[in-house]
Design a protein. Sequence first.
Length: 392
Amino acid sequence: MLNQIQEIAASIAPRLIEIRRHLHSHPELSGNERQTASYVAGVLSSCGLQIREGVGRVGVIGELAGEGIDSRLLAIRTDMDALPIHEQTQVDFASRYPGIMHACGHDVHTTVGLGVAMVLSRLEQRLPGNLRLIFQPAEEIAQGASWMIQDGAMENASAIFSLHVFPSIPVGTIGIRYGALTAAADDLEIVILGESGHGARPHEAIDAVWLAAQVITTLQQAISRTHNPLRPVVLTIGKITGGRAPNVIADQVKLLGTVRSLHPETSANLPHWIEQIVASICQPYGARYELNYRRGVPSVQNDPILTHLVETAAQEVLGENHIQLIPEPSLGAEDFALYLEHAPGTMFRLGVGFLDRQNYPLHHPLFNVDESAIYTGVVTLASAVYKYWQKK
């Protein structure tokens, strides 16, 4: 069966490159992937899958019916949205829309998902159980997964697979990570409330700018001295607003930031820890504060059994020399983690790096991929799907 998967994938490889180039040249921003969704639904329908459109606002679900001898339902998630970046690659199939670009590889993800549907729908023998292909909008704003789940995308699912392109991994190779793959990502808002006054008489005021500076510095220092260094936390203040004039002491400063962590226990304690520090700085000087800590997406925790299954499948169709074990997690975030609250799953890295030219990072205006990686992604996922029903 794995040989048949490879043969079918090889035969449709030119068509998959056409699909990827169409998607790349017609990118759509998060929550607006209507043309992409319609295109995806058309391809899935031509493969004989049962289609649900408008899931998660503009998402698509395709169901491939199995023989019914196994009650388990396996899901595959891919994402469809692009980024507000002006493309500079100058390839023939570059984005037709100024300021919008598939700079994170979601065009490849979508193409791989469609390729899996095309391959598995052509197998001589149907799969033992049902397969659900989830084409999700709005991953870049970390909202699409929750939209899809609310509309039943994970209903009755027993497991879920996914992948993400990685330009630092060479084409033809995949990256496997057991355990934590990405970080939990939360949003932080701190407002320091002081009292305004003349810049020449600071003792008559409560300087919110000075206090905000202390808050930022103390938070960074405290991370290295109060948190277990083996459980990393990254806190970044990315935006500061406050003040009215150079000679007026500011009565209010707003800090906006992001907080990244890997361990659930650490993540749970962060709001209280941050508030303790802010309070200890503001209260002695008579300042007040407002703190809003908003939970984002949790850490992607790859299930060891399913991760081993993907690794084993890749060994058979790619060879052991084309598998990398990822030594450490990323502090980037992925809303794939939300699906894992409903069923075990795993995500692997798909190498898209060129072997003969410079590779640019994700979210870069010159980001591009070696398109032969599409075949690698399709045969790895399709083989993992097949092997899933071989193991109980």
